[in-house]
Design a binder for this molecule. Structure first.
Ligand SMILES: *Cc1c(COP(=O)(O)O)cnc(C)c1O
Length: 368
């Protein structure tokens, strides 16, 4: 029996994807980067496919190759590629590659020649995020090089794509502005002979709030795992991750007792303290010291004092709590337990970061 575990509901992932599929005419890509946002890449990918996703999205070449090694045959797009990678491995494994620069496109062309077959490419344009994608000024050069490589038979331009900066703020004017820029980039590419099957710009937030962004494909990540991409808005998704641990020690201490490193928390009255064996090595954010909520003996309590590497302490007041009791850090909320959103608020971050952190080798992930 594990004294701490991360439980993943594959049914929840399947149902969330089915919900996303039912809400769009576009193809649904399940984004499984970052070890499936902490839920396990392969298991999440398989559950997403059974829920109706027809594409998978990852960042790195290694993530994409791991999907293929895991027996997954669905189309996979990898979009975060450093210069000098063995891209022929991707081409041989039928992995789609994103190109944001003429330099990377040239590498893809060289690798396609080495592989003896065309590479499947998605050209990425920066429509305002200011991160990946070709700058507006560089787009015609990239598109032209891709058109030429397509005529030469070394690439097939499968997609043209971009990413939104503020889709989590529905109604924000930047969304319209980026869509307009994307349309311009597509027109430009079209005039150069690029007619992609897949035009894509929507993430989870856009998939759930802006049907006009869906185009041919939506790239949904956080929604697949049942969390809301728009803080405070409920889209009827089911959180897939529950983090639990067994209380390993309880004790009575008098009022005025310092708790954990630095004594940043001091008991106000006599209290029962419970020691829970999860810490920042396991994903508990240290920023949630004296703030993170823990469900224990039927109610939500707060972490007392600093989060340590391996453990946290919970002040249970005068309640009956014993070693062996189960503590839940967060889950879907069915019992009234905290959610990843509650943890995000307590730690000053976003739900994405909370779930992605829980991937410690010593905390088993269990599929339920
Ligand atoms: C991570 C990522 C996504 C998924 O974003 P969510 O907000 O989790 O839906 C989509 N596209 C790109 C380029 C990404 O990096």
């Amino acid at each position: 029996m594990a004294q701490a575990a991360v439980d993943i509901s594959l049914d929840a992932i399947r149902a969330n994807v089915a919900h996303l599929v039912s809400g769009t005419d576009a193809a649904v890509m399940a984004v499984v980067k970052g070890d499936g946002y902490g839920h396990g890449m392969l298991e999440s990918a398989r559950a997403a496919i059974s829920g109706g996703a027809t594409w998978l999205g990852v960042c790195t070449l290694d993530e994409a190759l791991d999907l293929r090694d895991g027996g997954i045959t669905a189309p996979v797009l990898a979009w975060l590629l450093a210069p000098g990678l063995p891209l022929h491995l991707a081409i041989e494994a039928d992995i789609d590659l994103s190109a944001s620069s003429a330099g990377l496109l040239a590498e893809i062309v060289g690798s396609a020649r080495a592989a003896g077959r065309p590479a499947r490419v998605h050209l990425k344009v920066d429509t305002g995020l200011g991160r990946g994608g070709a700058a507006t000024a560089d787009w015609p050069v990239l598109a032209e090089a891709a058109a030429k490589a397509q005529v030469d038979g070394s690439v097939e331009v499968v997609g043209v794509w971009s990413h939104l900066a503020r889709a989590d703020e529905p109604g924000h004017e930047s969304i319209d502005r980026q869509l307009g820029m994307f349309g311009d980039a597509l027109d430009r590419a079209h005039r150069l002979g690029i007619n992609p099957t897949y035009r894509h710009i929507a993430n989870s937030a856009a998939a759930l709030t802006r049907p006009d962004t869906h185009l041919d494909l939506v790239r949904t990540g956080i929604a697949v795992y049942g969390l809301s991409p728009v803080p405070g808005r409920d889209f009827g998704l089911r959180p897939a991750m529950t983090v639990r641990a067994t209380v390993i020690l309880t004790k009575r201490v008098p009022a005025g007792h310092g708790v954990s490193y630095g004594h940043t928390y001091v008991t106000e009255r006599d209290a029962t303290l419970a020691v829970v064996p999860l810490g920042y090595a396991d994903g508990v954010p240290r920023a949630a010291s004296s703030a993170g909520p823990v469900w224990l003996a039927g109610k939500t309590r707060r972490i007392a004092g600093r989060v340590c590497m391996d453990q946290i302490v919970v002040d249970c007041g005068d309640d009956e709590v014993r070693a062996g009791d189960e503590a839940i850090l967060f889950g879907p909320g069915d019992l009234g337990e905290p959610t990843a959103d509650d943890w995000a608020a307590a730690a000053g971050t976003i739900n994405y970061e909370i779930v992605t952190r829980f991937h410690s080798a010593r905390v088993p992930r269990r599929y339920v």
